[in-house]
Design a protein around this ligand. Structure first.
Ligand code: NAD
Length: 367
């Protein structure tokens, strides 16, 4: 028997979806394929107890289909808890489109994707995420009402990223208050990884407050643009763990707190926009706690974007959006205190509250 045969037999024994490490009782996973446009997408619906599953669409050039599947499973699950902790009547969902957003995205592909979203009859409502723009959501809107984050001139709430950045800024201030005794970030060394839509808007808030900001990104043009616009320092090294920082703000992709970085990271606070910052929630949440690093849970502080798009569904105005987003400061502080008192990691403290709310609603729904 050759090793190849053993391998393929072993693979047959592995459950390809329900057996995935990131699978956590997701209600529905939809694989979308369209030969003409080249669309390959996966929609993950994690939980709809609190309401329809709302979450953005990410277009990314994944290394493999497994990577894409695991990403959508992790991202959709995070949305469930994000909406629950924020008090929104929404469930958790997310979509990924496999491919390079710069070269493979087309209006036809986005329209076809919209048709797949529409086929779910509102159980999943989409929005933008990495690799997507407000204009892409406008195209999706041509074929389905189940999309948020469309342009303001088309009646939508527009780009959610500045609101997300404001919420992250609020969460960061709360974490600073908890760790350093003051929420004022003036002169604090803040390291922003990923200066896309959210990262740049966060840099602006930080600079306005007088923080000492260093940025990094894989996109050299963005680095030049943002550093000259705000007068911030560009990180010259290859390893973020070499950088001196008080606060680490991950604003690129997830899992940057992992076995490799956890013991070497020089930050005292972690507060950023990226989803799923902890490669392994329990393990890395605990290790951060043991190292005395205050972690502002990602799904709690990056909820500004979903607050913004939820306004489209509930018809509340800009003032209410800002009020709800500003409240991330209070919620974060409460959760950090709760974690301390109950000797929990901050991630677990936030997750427990979200899960409790979902459980209460589940019981109400089944009455
Ligand atoms: P974006 O695509 O506009 O920006 C991402 C940036 O990260 C890009 O500039 C990219 O070049 C950079 N990047 C990618 N890999 C990197 C790496 N290894 N090192 C350094 N930089 C890297 O995305 P965005 O909308 O700004 O979102 C950023 C993060 O925040 C994502 O994880 C997203 O899921 C999360 N988030 C965004 C929103 C929102 O409203 N846009 C809401 C909640 C969460």
């Amino acid at each position: 028997m050759t090793s190849e045969i053993i391998k393929s037999q072993d693979l047959l024994k592995v459950d390809p979806v329900f057996g995935q490490l990131s699978y956590d009782n997701h209600e529905q996973v939809v694989f979308c394929n369209d030969k003409d446009t080249g669309l390959k997408a996966i929609i993950g619906i994690h939980n709809t107890v609190m309401g329809p599953a709302l979450g953005g669409t990410r277009m990314w050039n994944y290394g493999s289909e497994w990577e894409a599947l695991n990403d959508v499973l992790r991202l959709s699950r995070a949305m469930t808890f994000k909406s629950a902790i924020t008090g929104l009547n929404l469930g958790g969902g997310k979509a990924v489109i496999l491919g390079d957003a710069k070269t493979q995205k087309s209006p036809e592909l986005m329209r076809k994707f919209g048709e797949f979203v529409h086929s779910l009859n509102g159980k999943y409502i989409t929005a933008e995420d990495v690799g997507m723009e407000t204009e892409d959501m406008d195209i999706v809107r041509e074929v389905t009402p189940y999309v948020t984050g469309i342009s303001q001139n088309k009646g939508g709430a527009g780009n959610p990223s500045p609101i997300t950045a404001y919420g992250v800024f609020m969460g960061m201030k709360a974490a600073a208050k908890f760790k350093f005794g003051s929420e004022i970030l003036e002169d604090k060394k803040v390291f922003v990884q990923g200066i896309g839509s959210v990262g740049e808007a966060l840099v602006e808030h930080l600079v306005n407050e007088g923080a000492d900001v260093t940025i990094t990104d894989i996109n050299k043009e963005r680095l030049d643009e943002v550093s000259s616009k705000y007068g911030v320092t560009v990180f010259e090294g290859n390893d973020i763990c070499d950088a001196e920082m008080d606060i680490y703000a991950p604003c690129a992709l997830g899992a940057t707190i992992n076995d490799d970085t956890i013991y070497r990271l020089k930050a005292s606070v972690v507060a950023g926009a990226a989803n799923n910052q902890l490669a392994e929630e329990l393990k890395h949440g605990k290790l951060l706690q043991e190292r005395g690093i205050v972690y502002a849970p990602d799904f709690l502080i990056n909820a500004g974007g979903i607050i913004n798009v939820y306004a489209e569904l509930e018809n509340y105005d800009r003032q209410e959006i800002m009020r709800k987003t500003e409240n991330i400061y209070n919620t974060t502080l409460e959760i950090l205190e709760n974690a301390k008192v109950n000797e929990l990691t901050t991630h677990t403290a936030a997750l427990n509250i979200a899960q409790e709310r979902i459980e209460v609603r589940r019981r109400e729904n089944s009455k």
